[in-house]
Design a protein around this ligand. Structure first.
Ligand code: URA
Length: 435
């Protein structure tokens, strides 16, 4: 078999066989097929799409390109959650310890932020000492000991995805449903959890701009996971405005800590409860949504979720003094509240623009490997539908550089639009997808 023939077949709109897909993925992972051929193949797949069978075979080939974690000898049943990426999405920081505190082991490998979309690894690294590079042996040992792990993706897991994702990022082939499905689900299959809740974002601050695309992505991932023997549910959620108030790594960790103490923004708290409830139901810890929500709320208010978060931070080498007294966490030098330019109902807080403002402040990366400043970010003070009075603080910028602060201020002002008439609040969730 030759790589060029596989590329030509996809270029001409053909359907690749399982053998052709496996040949290509294995060859690329081993370095026998070069980046330029893989890039051509990605573009062909991007333009022509893939059949369900091709997506299934591609996902399995990518999952099997490295180690397949088996957690069965460690815990009887492990759950995971995965977000397709958004702005202000710090859900894992609250939901993972909450679900683990209910006695449901949570085994999660998570990613870094890219572009306007943040990443849990970056947020956790705001806590001095917190290690996100656990080996597979450490991952398993910690899961067995305290029932929760939140770490970066191990180098041995789905290496084909690591290579392909980096290549997609620089070849304009990221926003393809078949390529996103295979990227996410190959990692999820390899990471060994028995059940997964997928938080599929839709809106201007998400990969999937329309509800229709988000539904197609969610349905494909749920189907694939179930076919592979995992219990998978997807929740399609809104990402037209940031989730919660805080966007930026340290600021988001603080907001998650407040939420674990029953504070925090109402939308974020509710979002966390719904995701946690789905995870508890998948793990048979509750028989229906009401019972699962009650259990989640009780676990939050009893302090058990907060206690589990402390155990997690300590187990991964983090200095718990920083979460017990969050004012110790890195602070930006310049903190500027920006007044509302007019009164009115808030019609939009463009999440993609808010995310890019934080990238420009230094809190995110334009390309993989860029260093980031954990202390910078923005706090929005209003949500879509709120009535805002002129001159009251509309948002607050945390910056370490005057010029960057000015650029972020402009971007944030553009991100906020107003209406004289009342504006309907968008829903947190649009749909639940299950089989
Ligand atoms: N997240 C992933 O892991 N892969 C994608 O392709 C998109 C989002």
């Amino acid at each position: 078999m030759h790589a060029v023939d596989v590329i030509a077949k996809k270029r001409d709109g053909g359907e690749l066989s399982r053998e052709e897909i496996e040949f290509f993925i294995q060859g690329y992972t081993r370095g026998e097929i070069p980046d330029y051929q893989a890039a051509a193949w990605l573009m062909a797949a991007y333009l022509h799409g893939m059949t369900d069978r091709e997506i299934h075979d591609l996902t399995l080939a990518m999952a099997h390109s490295g180690d397949m974690l088996d957690l069965k000898d460690i815990v009887p049943f492990a759950v995971d959650k995965h977000s397709t990426g958004g702005v202000g999405d710090k859900v894992s920081l609250v939901v993972a310890p909450l679900v683990a505190a209910c006695g449901m082991p949570v085994a999660k490998m998570t990613g870094r932020g890219l572009g306007f979309s943040g990443g849990t690894v970056d947020k956790l690294e705001s806590i001095p000492g917190y290690r996100t590079d656990l080996s597979e042996a450490e991952f398993k040992a910690q899961l067995e000991k305290i029932g929760i792990v939140l770490t970066g993706q191990s180098a041995e897991l789905a290496p084909a995805d690591r290579k392909l994702y980096a290549l997609r990022d620089v070849t304009a082939t990221v926003d393809s449903i078949p390529l996103i499905v295979s990227s996410i689900m190959s990692k999820k299959l390899a990471a060994g959890a028995d059940a997964i809740v997928l938080d599929v974002k839709t809106g201007n601050g998400a990969f999937m701009k329309t509800l229709e695309d988000a539904e197609t992505l969610a349905e494909a991932m749920v189907h694939l996971g179930n076919q592979a023997g995992q219990r998978v549910v997807a929740l399609i959620s809104d990402m037209n405005q940031p989730l919660g108030w805080a966007v930026g790594n340290t600021l988001e960790v603080r907001e998650a800590i407040n939420t674990l103490h029953e504070g925090g923004p109402a939308d974020f708290r509710e979002h966390c409860m719904v995701v946690a409830a789905e995870m508890l139901m998948l793990g048979n810890k509750a028989s229906d949504t009401n019972a699962a929500l009650t259990l989640a709320l009780e676990t939050l208010s009893s302090g058990a979720a907060w206690h589990k978060f402390g155990e997690l931070v300590e187990a991964q080498g983090g200095d718990v003094r920083y979460i017990e007294e969050p004012e110790r966490l890195p602070q930006a030098r310049l903190i500027e509240p920006v007044p509302a330019p007019r009164s009115g109902y808030l019609a939009a807080v463009n999440a993609a623009e808010v995310g890019m403002a934080v990238v420009e402040l230094g809190g995110g990366r334009e390309k993989k490997g860029d260093p980031i400043d954990h202390s910078v970010g923005v706090i929005v003070h209003y949500k879509v539908g709120d009535l805002v009075q002129k001159d009251t603080p509309l948002f607050t910028i945390h910056a370490n550089d005057e010029a960057k602060l000015a650029a972020a201020r402009n971007r944030m002002l553009v991100a906020h639009t107003f209406s004289d008439a009342p504006v309907q609040r968008p829903p947190l969730f649009y749909r639940r997808v299950a089989e």
